[in-house]
Design a protein around this ligand. Structure first.
Ligand SMILES: [Zn+2]
Length: 289
């Protein structure tokens, strides 16, 4: 009977999958500052990679800010990621570009990426990764991106919006068009989608992506989107809006205690098993917590 269920599930692409999630380990060779324990990050990183290897996860996503600053910090963290049995999918965070201007072009190749935004399909689930550094004060910017930043920030400032902050970023119109095309394709193919970005868009906060409103109005037009995962705000957060679960995973760098999660995706649920400071969540697809 179990065998029949497994066969039917795989035929219809409903295989249960498990992914490993961690974020904001934000390593640097710096002293502990407030709640941020930078030196402890390396041991936490080493142990989470060993844990994911033993858990035989189907995919791993790091939601951004793998370093705090200084290009040489990558020399310490990259060897930890190389111990992973499967490649880690990196999401770009604001601190990942906290390096000298002439070192910024080295970041994508270093992380094995040809673009900061991409998609990955596992079973019947599609993970669409967005690059929130696309419009920002840290990521590399061309003339068109700079113009888009100006108009976006003028709008945020005049609306006295909370997320008008230099540590946030935004999605360019070019990337937005790519994202819309991915969503149309996923919806037509009948796949479930989880959107992943370093920056939150919901609930409203001073950590949100600059074009959070534009993104939310787009997300809520696609019934294939079941959740939005992000980091950036280290204490973590959760919201539910128009059928979408918005999960802000806790930042690993805070305190001596780690934070990471195993996320199991079934045909009707998103089950988050949190470790350390990350809470457990049993999320029914399409229903609030
Ligand atoms: Zn961040």
């Amino acid at each position: 009977m179990f065998c029949l269920v497994a066969i039917l599930s795989s035929v219809f692409g409903q295989k249960t999958i498990t992914i490993g999630i961690f974020t904001d380990n934000q390593y640097c060779n710096c002293a502990v500052t407030g709640v941020r324990n930078y030196p402890a990050s390396l041991a936490k990183l080493d142990s989470v990679i060993r844990f994911f290897n033993n858990s035989k996860v189907d995919a791993i996503f790091h939601l951004g800010d793998m370093i705090d600053n200084n290009f040489s910090s990558y020399d310490s963290v990259i060897p930890c990621y190389r111990k992973s049995a499967i490649p880690v999918n990196f999401v770009l965070g604001n601190h990942d570009y906290a390096v000298r201007e002439n070192q910024k072009e080295k970041i994508l190749p270093l992380l094995g990426l040809s673009s900061g935004y991409y998609q990955k399909i596992v079973g019947n689930w599609e993970f669409i990764v967005l690059n929130g550094d696309d419009l920002s004060f840290f990521g590399p910017q061309d003339k068109i991106q700079k113009q888009e930043i100006n108009s976006l920030l003028t709008e945020l400032m005049s609306g006295l919006r909370k997320n008008f902050m230099p540590w946030n970023g935004g999605i360019s119109q070019f990337q937005m068009n790519w994202f819309k095309a991915q969503l149309r394709e996923a919806q037509q193919a009948g796949r479930n989608v989880i959107v992943i970005c370093h920056f939150p868009v919901y609930p409203l906060s001073s950590y949100n992506l600059w074009n959070d409103r534009e993104l939310i109005s787009l997300l809520t037009r696609y019934s294939c989107i079941k959740a939005y995962f992000n980091g950036h705000y280290h204490p973590g957060n959760y919201g539910f809006y128009k059928g979408i679960h918005f999960v802000n995973f806790s930042g690993m760098v805070n305190t001596t205690e780690s934070a990471y999660a195993l996320v199991t995706l079934t045909s009707d649920s998103i089950l988050i098993k949190g470790f350390g400071r990350e809470p457990d969540r049993r999320l029914k697809i399409g229903q609030g917590e």
